[in-house]
Design a protein around this ligand. Structure first.
Ligand code: NAD
Length: 324
């Protein structure tokens, strides 16, 4: 009997870029050992499995694992030999293991270093990483114009900005010509415990920028194993998420599946970036997306989990210089 083709995740358009991203994106920060050690075999196995199941979008940064994530992703992509036109790589600039530097000089050097580590001739998206830690006026007046030159030089195809406080995006987008920033990457703001990105979506669409939402599992809060030591959430938020995870498990459900399905449900979000470091996680996350597309999510358990998380709904944590 012929074997069934593997179910694959759907592709979604990214703003005005013409790129089509897998709705589940591969967050490569775990490849920098950010959530614990990952062997070369696990890294290569996870990325291979991602490709097999239709994931075509990979996000990294020089900051993750102090350049390790970029190196491991580069080595892995090379080893797998997938044609360059079949995947989309996003990396970042301005945030490094030794601090922040959004100067034109630094980000211009940074892309060459990233390309070398990634073993690529160009990246699809270069994003200013966590801009709330820099001067937003420098981002507008110096960093983004420098990235525009890199675009013209063919080293990058599209420009993005990332960070936690949502106000940083409006600050920047209100001060630059339309079309200069192609992509916004927001994290920890479109999940079951915090969905504040939703209010910003009409604005982002009106600006024509593509929307990527990262950390649907709230950087480990919405997992059975819980978050890593360094997680910045309050004890109250951690405890509520732990209670929600236990509640799901006791009823034969998995909090991570539910959380990912919640984030994937909004089709204005082109890709939901999940950090993955094992074949099993890739399989589970793709299965969650396929189940959502075919059967839908379990609305009853979702409502129950939302009720558990209600006291901490939209609770976040400080990040950056707290400007605007
Ligand atoms: P996440 O919410 O995706 O959680 C990742 C954690 O969940 C890891 O410990 C991972 O091993 C675990 N996990 C993944 N799938 C699982 C499953 N099915 N079951 C149980 N556990 C599972 O958080 P993240 O990794 O921080 O975010 C995803 C990606 O988004 C990052 O890797 C990065 O590429 C990007 N990101 C960017 C920024 C930024 O630019 N400022 C910030 C955060 C995240």
């Amino acid at each position: 009997m012929a074997s069934q083709p593997l179910p694959k995740v759907e592709l979604r358009e990214l703003g005005n870029t013409g790129l089509k991203l897998s709705c589940v994106g591969f967050g490569a920060s775990p490849l920098g050992n950010v959530f614990g050690p990952v062997s070369d075999d696990e890294a290569i196995g996870s990325v291979r499995e991602a490709f097999r199941r239709g994931i075509n979008f990979f996000d990294t940064s020089p900051y993750y694992g102090g350049t390790l994530s970029e190196k491991v992703l580069g080595k892995t992509l090379k080893a797998l030999g997938v044609p360059r036109s079949e995947y989309v790589v996003a990396t970042k600039c301005g945030r490094y293991a030794d601090g922040f530097d959004f100067s034109a000089d630094r980000v211009t050097k940074s892309i060459d270093e990233s390309l070398e580590r990634l073993q690529l001739d160009y990246v699809d998206i270069l994003q200013c990483h966590d801009i709330e830690f820099g001067s937003l006026d420098q981002i507008v007046n110096e960093t983004i114009p420098a990235l525009k030159k890199l675009k013209e030089a063919g080293k990058i195809r599209f420009i993005g900005i990332t960070g936690l406080p949502l106000g940083i995006f409006t600050y920047v987008l209100d001060r630059i010509p339309a079309g200069m920033v192609d992509v916004v990457l927001s994290y920890c703001h479109y999940g079951i415990n915090d969905s504040t990105l939703e209010d910003l979506i009409p604005y982002l669409k009106s600006k024509g920028v593509g929307i990527i939402s990262a950390s649907p599992l709230a950087m480990g809060l919405l997992t059975e194993n819980g978050p890593p030591e360094w997680h910045p959430a309050s004890a109250e938020l951690k405890s509520a998420c732990r209670a929600a995870a236990v509640y799901c498990k006791e009823r034969g459900n998995n909090i991570s599946k539910l959380a990912l399905q919640y984030s994937l449900s909004n089709k204005d979000i082109s890709s939901v970036l999940v950090g993955m470091n094992s074949i099993n996680q890739v399989e589970e996350n793709v299965a969650a997306a396929v189940e959502l597309a075919t059967i839908g999510k379990n609305e009853k358990i979702l409502a129950e989990v939302e009720a558990i998380l209600k006291p901490v709904k939209n609770q976040t944590w400080p990040s950056g210089l707290q400007q605007s």
